[in-house]
Design a protein around this ligand. Structure first.
Ligand code: AHR
Length: 505
């Protein structure tokens, strides 16, 4: 049906935060080994990292990458991964029952991150380890030489500190699957003491406390409150994780996954602000949505049954057009919450539920979900606007009626440029969009001109990209056109199950 969207730069949500275009590299499956790192690959650089993958990471527009886990970090001895590679022990990782050769570790990851131009974001092990190992790692990474740990770093070839600014205090400690899983009280205490010690080293660090592994956890809400009651003054962010899939074949609810993410963020913010109120504080804790994606968890039968292998193929989901539209809509949701979401990491970066896929010794290619991520990261600039949207609704089992369109827009106050991101989450109905930018024109010398309208859509919503057909699904031009006598309206046809980026200058 007909849909209208009005944009007015007066209605600003907040600045576009570059760190929401983050990603995640875990020592899991083939994300590290034969993913970013493969010393025998023809395109390996002198450190063993794949140049072809690095090129795709740059094109994806990733800004910050979380490392080294994930569940992996909760039984990781970071010391095993530094120093001469020949001396590094091979260990059994219990998170994924995998053989970990430690050929990639902290220094290597930071080298890779700097090389591809992303900010490293590190997690410490608060599962099987605690305060001491966390500060040892922090000193190894960030301290100036002159004491034992940074001197070891220098001996390992890195005289200059790594200067890692963002640190996660553990991973998913609310989850019974986690090595060293804790109750909210137990975690709150160890996170509090770890944060206090880390701040004694450097009070300018940004610390992320573990929130809930998803909104359906039985401890959701209570967990955040208990953790923040202890850690409120010591942390800057609380994490949220969410993975989406069509449960019992319910694609309508799947397309509306952003609704779950939206409710999740609102609940975490309310809980954090409740703790602030009780403490009489004006401090605002931010949400680090540091794991999110589409993940077909129903195809994964749990860690316990995995045969022990090195760099096994784990959760290498192949994404289709619908999945790309959902990923695009989740990015819209994150942008809509730019006032309280400080960071977000799509999980993961390569092979493991990832936008980039590789063949060991062979090619690398873009999954469908690569495209909405890359275009949003490239074009969301300036201020996020709150658009006024009038459209039909779609009935969903999980969320009731939801708007057919999910919309956000960014406005660059310097140039006046607008970027509009829209998803049509109806599987059957086309939306005839009228975009009204009259209020935005008030601030620019001339009326708007269309720069481009790109869409991710295909009549076959199950189409995906493969090694043989890596460009089966790519963004293609939509039909947006600027019209009206004053050239302040734009019309576009938004087909069912489609994602759009419409840019105006
Ligand atoms: O990204 C895969 C896994 O999902 C991570 O290791 C864990 O943190 C989450 O449960």
């Amino acid at each position: 049906g007909a849909a209208t969207v009005r944009l007015d730069p007066a209605f600003a949500v907040g600045p576009v935060r570059p760190r929401i275009f983050g990603s995640f590299v875990e020592h899991m499956g083939r994300c590290v080994y034969t993913g970013i790192y493969e010393p025998d690959h023809p395109e390996a650089d002198e450190l063993g990292f794949r140049e072809d993958v690095a090129r795709l990471v740059r094109e994806l527009g990733v800004t910050v990458v979380r490392y080294p886990g994930g569940n992996f970090v909760s039984n990781y001895r970071w010391e095993d991964g530094v120093g001469p590679k020949a001396d590094r022990p091979t260990q059994l990782d219990l998170a994924w029952r995998s053989v970990e050769t430690n050929q990639v570790g902290t220094d290597d990851f930071v080298d890779w991150a700097r090389g591809v131009g992303v900010e490293p974001m590190m997690a410490v092990n608060l599962g099987t380890r605690g305060v001491q190992e966390a500060i040892d790692l922090l000193l190894y990474c960030n301290a100036e030489t002159g004491t034992s740990w940074p001197d070891r770093r220098a001996k390992n070839g890195h005289v200059e500190p790594h200067d890692v600014r963002v640190w996660c205090l553990g991973n998913e400690m609310d989850g019974p699957w986690q090595m060293g899983h804790k109750t909210a009280e137990e975690y709150a205490r160890v996170a509090e003491e770890t944060a206090r010690a880390m701040r004694r080293v450097d009070d300018t660090l940004e610390l992320v406390a573990c929130g809930s592994s998803n909104r359906g956890m039985p401890t959701f809400g209570t967990w955040e409150r208990v953790v923040l009651e202890r850690c409120f003054d010591l942390v800057d962010h609380i994490s949220a994780h969410a993975y989406y899939e069509p449960l019992d074949g319910d694609v309508d609810s799947f397309l509306a996954s952003g609704e779950d993410m939206h409710r999740f963020i609102e609940s975490v913010v309310a809980t954090a602000d409740h703790v602030a109120a009780v403490k009489g504080s004006d401090k605002r804790i931010m949400v680090s949505f540091d794991e999110w994606n589409v993940w077909f968890q129903d195809r994964f039968h749990g860690e316990s049954s995995l045969a022990i292998r090195e760099a096994p193929e784990l959760i290498e989901d192949v994404y289709d057009v619908t999945d790309a539209v959902v990923v695009g809509s989740l990015l819209i949701t994150l942008l809509q919450h730019t006032d309280r979401v400080s960071m977000a990491c799509q999980a993961q970066l390569v092979n493991v539920i990832a936008p980039i896929a590789t063949r060991p010794g062979g090619a690398s290619w873009k999954q469908t979900i690569f495209h909405p991520f890359a275009l949003t990261a490239q074009h969301a600039r300036g201020t996020v606007l709150r658009p006024a949207v009038a459209c039909d609704t779609v009935e969903t089992k999980a969320f009731g009626p939801v708007d057919q369109l999910v919309v956000t827009a960014t406005h660059d106050p310097g140039t006046g440029d607008l970027a509009v991101f829209v998803v049509n989450r109806s599987r059957t109905e086309t939306a005839e969009l009228t975009l009204d930018v009259a209020a935005a024109v008030g601030g620019t010398p001339t009326a708007y001109a269309l720069v481009e309208h790109l869409q991710v859509h295909d009549d076959d919503t199950s189409a995906s990209n493969t090694e043989e057909h890596p460009d089966r699904v790519t963004p293609h031009a939509g039909d947006a056109a600027v019209g009206g006598t004053d050239r302040t309206t734009l019309t576009a046809t938004l087909p069912p199950t489609s994602w759009h980026c419409i840019r105006l200058t």
